[in-house]
Ligand binder design. Structure first.
Ligand SMILES: Cc1ncc(C[n+]2csc(CCOP(=O)(O)OP(=O)(O)O)c2C)c(N)n1
Ligand code: SF4
Length: 351
């Protein structure tokens, strides 16, 4: 993964939180994502959420898979633990890390390809186990890192930059999460920090699996047929002297709107999405109502956002699996390693 350190200079009057830390202390390295990528807005929301919660950075474990979205953890909380795993396998490493140390806040960042295509089975089992973590799905409807193929969340009939229409039904991550029994389910938009930051803070403090599907636009693919600046045209007519690429500079798309409101958001490629925020009197504890609300929004072509479902009571993985209350790293050697005789006993049992 490319790595650009940030300059250390900072303004002396920066606001400090209860720990005496500034927002800068919650940042990571410089982002190498395209200018205007929604994922960078999610990074900014993470920085703000952790700053406002006053979390000690070293008390966080950031896990990810592979994709532009999975690079996000590098860009926030430089002082935290982190593991950039294999494509679609973030839920496994997050489950392991959380089982070994419940004192560390576990955060997983993934993409729609990472979670809903190759990693769908992993995602389902993390929900099923009610792993105590915040799981963020940065949903852009394409495989950004591998240059814009349709993902499993691409809408039926939506067109790729090459003009090809998607013929497959999308998987709706929040409906899936609620159906599988997730205990905290929300959706937001990367440009709506007013909504996303409080949702992240609630998800980070929730005991059990907290899932936020964040619509996070990919601004790059502008490589249509007929363009004299397209990859195809350039490959056919150009003489490459050095590997280069150009991504037009875009600005962050923001969208603050009231509870119960609807907001049309114009994306950089000229397409639009319609967001509907849950109303103040929305009852997130009712699973059937939540699915009805989601279905209604979907039928109207809207994307429902807000805290969509919250199970009032649920047993998280630590209760279900009776994990150790002490982090494994803090257990005395004799308890971690009961000795050769105990191992021999176990092996005898399986003969
Ligand atoms: C096992 C495996 N298969 C395929 C790939 C190629 N690959 C890398 S990232 C990616 C998809 C990324 O899409 P998404 O998770 O939606 O993230 P985005 O880049 O859009 O943020 C694929 C198919 C891989 N790295 N490893
Ligand atoms: S290719 Fe798309 S998803 Fe990847 S960094 Fe660029 S804008 Fe973001």
């Amino acid at each position: 993964m490319s790595y650009i350190a940030k300059p250390v200079a900072r303004h002396p009057a920066l606001k400090r939180n209860a720990l005496g830390l500034t927002m800068r202390d919650y940042e990571g390295v410089m982002s190498t994502l395209c200018a205007g990528c929604g994922h960078d807005s999610v990074t900014a929301a993470f920085v703000q959420a952790f700053f406002e919660l006053g979390t000690e950075p070293h008390r966080v474990a950031k896990m990810s898979g592979i994709g532009c979205s999975s690079k996000t953890p590098a860009y926030f909380l430089g002082g935290a633990h982190g593991f950039n795993s294999v494509h679609g396998r973030m839920p496994s490493v997050a489950t392991g890390a959380n089982a070994a140390n419940r004192d560390v806040t576990t955060v997983g960042v993934s993409g729609d390809g990472d979670s809903l295509s190759i990693g769908l089975g992993q995602f389902c089992h993390a929900v099923r186990r009610n792993v105590d973590m915040l799981y963020i799905l940065e949903n852009n409807g394409v495989y950004g890192l591998t240059k814009g193929q349709f993902s499993a969340s691409s809408d039926l009939g939506s067109k790729s930059k090459r003009g090809v229409a998607n013929e497959h039904q999308p998987i709706d991550a929040v409906t899936l999460a609620i159906t599988l029994g997730a205990s905290f389910v929300a959706r937001s938009f990367s440009g709506d920090k007013e909504q996303l930051v409080p949702l992240m803070k609630a998800g980070l403090t929730h005991r059990g699996f907290a899932f936020i599907d964040v619509i996070s636009p990919c601004v790059t693919f502008n490589d249509h047929e007929g363009s004299t600046k397209s990859y195809v045209h350039t490959r056919e007519h150009g003489h490459e002297v050095v590997a280069t690429d150009f991504v037009p500079l875009r600005s962050e798309i923001t969208a603050a709107y009231p509870e119960g409101g609807v907001r049309d958001v114009l994306l950089h490629d000229g397409s639009a999405i319609r967001l509907r925020k849950v109303a103040e009197d929305y009852e997130p504890a009712d699973r059937v109502e939540a699915l009805k609300f989601l279905g209604g929004a979907q039928a109207r072509g809207e994307i429902a956002t807000g805290l969509l479902y919250l199970a009032e009571e649920g047993r998280d993985m630590h209760v279900l699996e009776r994990t150790t209350a002490n982090p494994l790293a803090q257990l005395p050697f004799e308890r971690l390693c009961p000795g050769g005789e105990a191992l021999a006993d176990i092996q005898r049992e399986w003969r």
